[in-house]
Ligand binder design. Structure first.
Ligand code: CP
Length: 308
């Protein structure tokens, strides 16, 4: 089996079969990562550039580790110290790097659509590592992998996505993936942080009440408040946000069942998640990060194996 696409630009254009293939391939790579020797020769002779035009800790290291575990040759680019400061464009930068015989490009960029633009202009396979407020496909895939690992399935699972839905590429990719795979999704947060027509456009439910949402769900995927993407005041203060929408241990203990708590990171401790929730056994945040390596190995392997 192979993916229906040459690039991973988003979840929006993946089929259900593509998603299942990536998740089942990731299971095999997770098994590889439990071995004493965590390396396989699958991408020997493949060269990959990680182009990070925006800050990252998890995604950048996860891709780099996934590439190295697959025996690829890896080069890393970040804007500081590069010729971007001299005015070089994205396309010129990428074309110069590709002329050094690079096969795949992993791109994180603050502009929504930057990976789609590159895919139309260069011959290499492009993997979107997060573009503006558009999509973060490998995050949604690793979130889905983690839910499946914990609950055995995605179909019928009730997932609440909580917080800054408006500015979150993670929420968009999660909504596309979960609804395609038969999960039920409710978004929850202040009305100012939830797009107006999200119910009609994406087939999700909206609930502005955190306690009701947590009572309903099996999984709470709590999002970071993205202050860097908000150009106006969308809620009164971080303290008031925490009082209305912060997930606390008391709140979790008041529910009738034990739910799973996820967060893509980085976490604003004490804002969207209280510290004792983050460090509790209900939190699978570090398992998400661990699973990210296997999921990214699967994506890289399947894209490199795709015959045109
Ligand atoms: N989840 C995520 O994208 O984290 P980073 O910004 O650290 O890569």
């Amino acid at each position: 089996m192979q993916l229906s696409t040459r690039h991973l630009l988003g979840i929006k254009n993946l089929t259900k079969e593509d998603i299942s293939l990536i998740l089942s391939t990731a299971e095999q790579f997770k098994e590889v990562l439990q071995r004493p020797v965590k390396k396989v020769p699958s991408l020997r002779d493949v060269t990959i550039v990680n182009l990070f035009y925006e800050s990252s800790t998890r995604t950048r290291f996860s891709f780099e580790l996934a590439e190295k575990r697959l025996s690829a040759d890896v080069i890393n680019f970040s804007t500081s110290g590069s010729s971007v400061s001299k005015g070089e464009t994205l396309l010129d930068t990428v074309n110069n790097i590709l002329s050094m015989k690079v096969n795949m490009v992993v791109l994180r960029h603050s502009a929504s659509g930057a990976p789609h633009f590159l895919a139309n202009h260069i011959p290499a396979a492009i993997i979107n590592a997060g573009d503006g407020i558009n999509e973060h496909p490998t995050q949604a895939l690793l979130d889905a992998f983690t839910i499946k690992e914990k609950l055995g399935n995605l179909n019928g699972v009730k997932v609440a996505i909580i917080g800054d839905i408006m500015h979150s590429r993670v929420s968009m990719s999660n909504i596309y993936l979960l609804t395609k795979m038969g999960a039920k999704v409710t978004v929850c947060g202040p009305p100012t942080l939830i797009p107006k027509y999200i119910r009609e456009a994406f087939g999700v439910e909206v609930n502005y009440n955190l306690k009701e949402t947590l009572d309903w769900c099996d999984v709470a995927n709590v999002l970071r408040i993205q202050l860097e993407r908000q150009d106006q005041v969308l809620f009164s203060s971080l303290r008031e946000y925490n009082l209305a929408y912060g997930v606390s241990k008391n709140l979790l203990d008041s529910l009738k069942k034990e739910i799973i708590v996820m967060h893509p990171g980085p976490v604003n401790r004490g804002v969207e998640l209280d510290s004792d929730v983050m460090d509790s056994k209900q939190s699978v945040i570090l398992q998400q990060v661990e699973n990210g390596v296997a999921v990214r190995m699967a994506v890289l392997y399947l894209l490199s194996n795709r015959t045109n």
